[in-house]
Unconditional design. Structure first.
Length: 256
């Protein structure tokens, strides 16, 4: 296994009902706020298959079900949610605590996000809420984006949130420089003290370049600065379709 699963302490921490952290729906709301056209596209589709790469709490599927019902009041009965998670602990917690919805089916599978077992063109929406920071090598980041390109539909979208290495950032309009860093230089950090978990941060240009090399267009929708984890970016990613010229602007890094 190329990616180390988070520890049991990590999942027990986020599993506390009183803990409001680490919910994918929060990031999803940021995307829709910054891109109203995306919300309209989602609302108009006859059916939605929504994929979530990693889930630290069973509240994630609960909130995603609520999200689909609110945004798609006329069509949500055609939707389904697929969660892919590397940890047996997380799968067990979700099965024990998540109460299935009678109208929107939710499935959860143990799977590595660099080797997804789903069919090609499965997802209308694929969410990676900072899970890319669990990937420690350029090779596996490449596999990650290759799987995204394979698994989203031609008109689908991947919403990838990522923390980036602030030691290699300039204070300019876009918040970063073009310098690449090697695996030896990549910054690691502990998400929460005592949880025994590390994440890895490369630079934003590296993530974008690898995505482009795998046939994807990237749009940086917004940036958020986190005191502990550094700059966080919210990326809207789509397939690069040969017949479409209007997506070429999506790779521009515009924070306005």
């Amino acid at each position: 296994m190329r990616r180390i699963a988070p520890t049991e302490r990590y999942y027990r921490y986020f599993d506390c009902k009183e803990n409001p952290k680490c919910e994918a729906s929060d990031s999803l709301n940021i995307y829709l706020d910054k891109d109203p056209d995306l919300a309209e596209r989602i609302a108009r589709k006859e059916s939605i298959t929504l994929g979530l790469l990693g889930s630290a709490t069973y509240r994630n599927p609960e909130n995603l079900v609520r999200f689909l019902k609110k945004l798609r009041p006329d069509n949500y009965t055609n939707d389904k949610i697929v969660i892919e998670e590397i940890s047996d602990i997380a799968v067990d917690i979700h099965k024990k605590k998540f109460k299935p919805d009678a109208e929107i089916p939710v499935s959860m599978t143990k799977m590595d996000m660099t080797e997804m077992g789903v069919q090609s063109k499965s997802f209308d929406i694929l969410i990676s809420d900072f899970t890319i920071n669990f990937i420690s090598s350029i090779e596996d980041i490449n596999r990650f984006f290759k799987e995204i390109e394979r698994s989203i539909k031609d008109d689908g979208v991947a919403l990838v949130s990522v923390s980036c290495n602030k030691n290699f950032m300039d204070k300019n309009k876009y918040g970063y420089n073009q310098e690449n860093i090697s695996p030896k230089q990549v910054k690691t950090f502990s998400v929460y003290k005592g949880l025994g978990l590390k994440q890895w941060m490369f630079t934003l240009p590296q993530y974008i370049e690898i995505a482009k090399n795998n046939g994807l267009d990237v749009q940086v929708l917004t940036r958020r600065d986190n005191e502990k984890m550094g700059p966080q970016f919210f990326l809207k990613i789509q397939k690069r379709l040969e017949e479409s010229d209007d997506r070429s602007s999506n790779s521009k890094h515009d924070f306005n």
